[in-house]
Each structure stands twice: as C-alpha cells, then as structure tokens.
Design a protein around this ligand. Structure first.
Ligand code: NAG
Ligand code: NAG
Length: 502
C-alpha cells in the first residue's frame, strides 16, 4: 500500500497545482458517491456449493457469442475475494457500494422453497464487511442473471414471473433488509428486453423483434411494482429503507433544428426511457401516448388484430404509478436523432415502431465500446429533461463510466470522469435534484458479449493470473482525490480528449 499512498500524494499534488490554474468546484453535501459492480460480471464460482445455473452460465457455455470465447466462470473471483473488494471500495473513500445478488446463488432452482445457506452467507459477509468499513451496501436484485430454470418456463415473457420475482425479492428483504437500506429491483430493463428478447446480444438471445421485448417489459414493470408494494406494505415501516430501479438512457439529440427532428428526438427518448419511466413517474401513468399510438398503428398495418404493445388495465396503471422512491439512472453516452418516413415493413421491429434514424456525431471522442462516445453536455441535457418531464424527482445516478482496452495509466477515463462530473454539477446548478453518483465500475470485469476485451474498471484486474490481482489505475487515484475533497477542477483534462481510444 506504500506505492498507493505515494501515488495518491502525487495525485493530490497535481490536483492542487491545477487548483491554482483552474476553477475548483464544490459538490453539494447532499450528493453521495459510490462504485458499482454486478454479480455475474465479478463473482465467478458459477458452480460453487449448491448454486443453480443462470442464463448467463448457459449462454456462455453453449453459444459462440462471446468475443474472446470467455465466460464468467471465474471472472474476478469475487466470491472468494470479496474482502479485497471491500478493501478497494474503502481505499477509494466512497459512501456506498452498489452490487447485485445472483438469484440462483441464493435460490438454486429459482423458487423460494429452497434457500442456499452458503449463498446467503456470502452476501451476509460482504454486507457486514462493508458496514464495518462504514460503506453503505446498495443492492440490485436483478442484474441480468436469471435462473435458467425460470428461463425454461419462458423467462420474462411468462406472467408468472411477477410472483417469482416478488418471492425472490422477499427472501432478500428478509435476509438482508435489516442492514441494507437502498434497493434497486431491476438494472436496465430496456437492455434486458431489447437485447435479450427482441434481439440476440444478451442472454437469453430470443430474437423475437417487435414482439418479445414488449411482453418482457410489461412483465418487468408489473414485477417491479409488486416488489415495491411488498416492501412498502410489509418491510418499510421496520427496515426504513428505500426502493426503486435503474433505467438506462442516452441523451437523444435532434440532428437539426427542424420541427420533424425535434419531434423525432422526443419520440426516441419517450419510446426508450419513457417506455419504463412514464408508467412509474408521470402524473397519468401507463406507457407514453406516442408509444401506444405508434405500435398500435404499425401492428394493425401488419395485420395483427391488436397492438403488439400489451395494455395495462386501469387498476394496473394505478398500481404501477409512483412505485419508485427515487429516479435511478444509468447514463454513458448520447445519440443524434433524425426523423424518418419509412414505409411500414411487414415484419414487426422495435426500430420501425420508433421510426427514427440515430447516429453518432463523428466529432465525438470514442471509447473502446462501439456505443460509447464522450458527450458530457448530453448528460446535463438528460438530467434536465428528466427533471422537467417527471416533475423534479430525486435522481440517483447508478452508473456512469468509460471503456478502454488495457491501460493502467488511463488518462482518457480521468478526462471522461472530469467532464461528466462537471456536467453533473452544471445540472445540479440548473436545479436538478441529483443525490447520488456511481462510477461503473469498481474494477475491470466480464463485459457481457465483449468478454474481457473492454475494461471499465477504476481497478485493473489481471485476468491471466489465477489469483486475479487488482491494482489501482490512475483513475482510481483521481476518483479518490475527488472524494477526499468533494471538489473537482473545471474541465482540466479537456485537452486529453482528442483521442479517446485506450
Ligand atoms: C465447476 O466448473 C468448473 C469449470 O468452470 C469445472 O472445472 C469444475 O469441475 C466444476 N465443479 C464442479 C463441482 O462441478
Ligand atoms: C431532493 O430530494 C430529496 C429526497 O426526496 C428531498 O429531501 C430534497 O428536499 C430535494 N431537494 C431539492 C433541492 O429539491
């Protein structure tokens, strides 16, 4: 740790020198900071003790889809090294650590009739170590690793999942709710449904475009609401925690000032973020009107007898409305949106339903992930859009980060965090009520289809070493210095931004 301290001192020195040169901005005391991970991406131990198989175990073992032919069997070995993880979280000086529970580790067959004592013990120990280090545990219940047994019953297209998910949530509230006060039911339901059910770039890779993603979202909205009400009715009064979910969103920016492009950008954000946010956060509830209209129109033109977008009953609309104690947001990047006037294709397709052309401005700096461009002002715009559209909710940012290839001296990641945190401060000054900021990720990990070829970590993980040693990158020290002072220099690294590829 001596090296760590020396580097920290050097880093602080650099920051102090910059303070003389540039403006230093203070974060409000109401903003807390954290780092995040997800079970399948870090834990490994996929078959330890009585753990059941998840859809990501099945997907990586039986398809050829992962870029480097890798899997999460060992990942960062956090199942065995969580004490080192807590040490890192503590070194950074964050207020909270957001991690997810592997459903099939605590409920091996997916159902709550059989609870794994080893699974519970693992998360108990992680939670206790965090609390001892004075770090709040934030739990994500569903970060994509559904038990395979439940997928065999149709996964999120099966309406019975509403009960199965709520049972899983209840086991977690009972086991951990005495110590865990922030619950996130679902991480990025848009990705689960669009990429796993409509598309094939996440497990279970169903690929039933224009159909399955809408059914998936419908059941996830109901599952979330039922788990929320369960917590509200039975656990909140004694456990005194908060519960919500985390939605992913790009900022969709109109490509030109033409009314058609402005309308297209608004439609894109309503049919992506609003698909999940409108039923929960709007005054009237339900899916956005533009989404109901578009999918119904296309469905009828394609010969369906009803809209491919399922309908909620008035009781369900009321039941789902208001089921979040905060607006959880994962944000990384922005897109340019142009209006389209395509003729309706006979094959159902989510993109045709939205009917916009999206592209990246070629001037935006790039990360290693093809979808990730550096557009800090988009973050500010999105936060303002949410504040305005949903009547000033409390916003908790649960993911934000940058990918590179293999780089411990990660100046591009430092530049990204500097710019996005400045944009966050701009949004707070605009009047947005942002109370949490989370860096994705604590350490390099299994990046889904990209395997280990894209790294998001503040800590470097050596995946060639069976011990999976973790080393702080330059960005870890930068993040630590921000947390120590709760200040940031105004866009000091903007000049590093010419070339974002690591
Ligand atoms: C667990 O999986 C690994 C491969 O990831 C395999 O080598 C090992 O034999 C399995 N252990 C058990 C108990 O099945
Ligand atoms: C932000 O949200 C929190 C939690 O709802 C609330 O207590 C606080 O008053 C809000 N702050 C502002 C400035 O609106």
């Amino acid at each position: 740790m001596a090296l760590f301290k020396t580097i920290t001192l050097l880093c602080l020195l650099v920051v102090s020198v910059l303070a003389i040169k540039g403006e230093i901005r203070k974060f409000p005391d109401t903003l807390s900071f954290g780092v995040a991970t997800a079970a399948y991406q870090i834990e490994g131990a996929w078959n330890a003790s009585d753990k059941g198989e998840s859809i990501w175990d099945r997907f990586t073992h039986t398809t050829n889809s992962i870029k480097d032919k890798s899997n999460g069997d060992f990942a960062c070995d956090s199942y065995n090294q969580h004490k080192r993880d807590v040490e890192m979280v503590k070194e950074l000086g964050v207020d909270f650590y957001r991690f997810s529970i592997s459903w099939s580790r605590i409920l091996p067959n997916g159902f709550s009739n059989k609870i794994s004592q080893d699974g519970i013990a693992y998360y108990d120990s992680l939670i206790d170590d965090l609390l001892e280090a004075n770090i709040k545990p934030y739990i994500t219940l569903y970060h994509w690793d559904l038990p395979q047994s439940l997928q065999d019953l149709g996964g999120w297209t099966n309406p019975m999942m509403v009960d199965y998910f709520t049972d899983f949530a209840e086991v977690a509230f009972e086991a951990f709710g005495d110590r865990v006060k922030t619950w996130i039911t679902f991480n990025e339901p848009w990705v689960v449904c669009i990429e796993g059910y409509g598309g094939i770039s996440k497990a279970p890779a169903l690929g039933m475009n224009g159909i399955a993603e809408y059914i998936c979202a419908h059941n996830i909205l109901k599952s979330h609401a039922k788990a929320y009400h369960l917590y509200d009715d039975l656990y909140r009064s004694t456990q005194k925690g908060r519960i919500g979910w985390s939605l992913n969103a790009n900022w969709d920016h109109p490509a030109t000032k033409s009314p058609a492009d402005i309308e297209a950008a608004e439609r894109a954000i309503q049919m992506n973020l609003g698909w999940f946010a409108h039923p929960v956060f709007s005054k009237e509830g339900d899916y956005p009107q533009v989404m109901k209209d578009r999918v119904a129109r296309n469905s009828l033109a394609q010969g369906y007898r009803r809209s491919r977008l399922p309908e909620f009953t008035p009781e369900e609309i009321a039941y789902i409305k208001g089921t979040c104690d905060f607006f959880g947001l994962n944000h990384y990047t922005s897109t340019m949106i142009r209006s389209l006037t395509t003729t309706i294709s006979m094959e159902p397709n989510f993109r045709d339903d939205v009917d916009t052309d999206c592209f990246y401005d070629p001037s935006w700096p790039e990360a290693t992930s093809s979808w990730l461009k550096v557009v800090p002002w988009g973050f500010r715009n999105l936060l303002n859009w949410i504040t305005k559209t949903y009547n000033n909710p409390e916003i908790m940012v649960f993911e934000n980060g940058f990918s590179d290839k293999n780089n411990k001296d990660d100046v591009d990641r430092i530049s990204y965090y500097n710019q996005y945190l400045n944009a966050l401060l701009d949004a707070i000054e605009d009047g947005c009520n942002v109370t949490a900021y989370t860096a994705w990720s604590l350490m390099d990990n299994f990046e889904w289809l990209q395997g280990y070829t894209e790294r998001f970590g503040l800590y470097y993980v050596d995946f060639n070493d069976p011990r999976r040693p973790r080393t702080p990158k330059a960005s870890a020290l930068y993040f630590k210095s921000i947390l120590e002072t709760r200040t940031i220099e105004r866009n000091c690294n903007a000049q590093l931004n010419r070339n974002g590829t690591g």
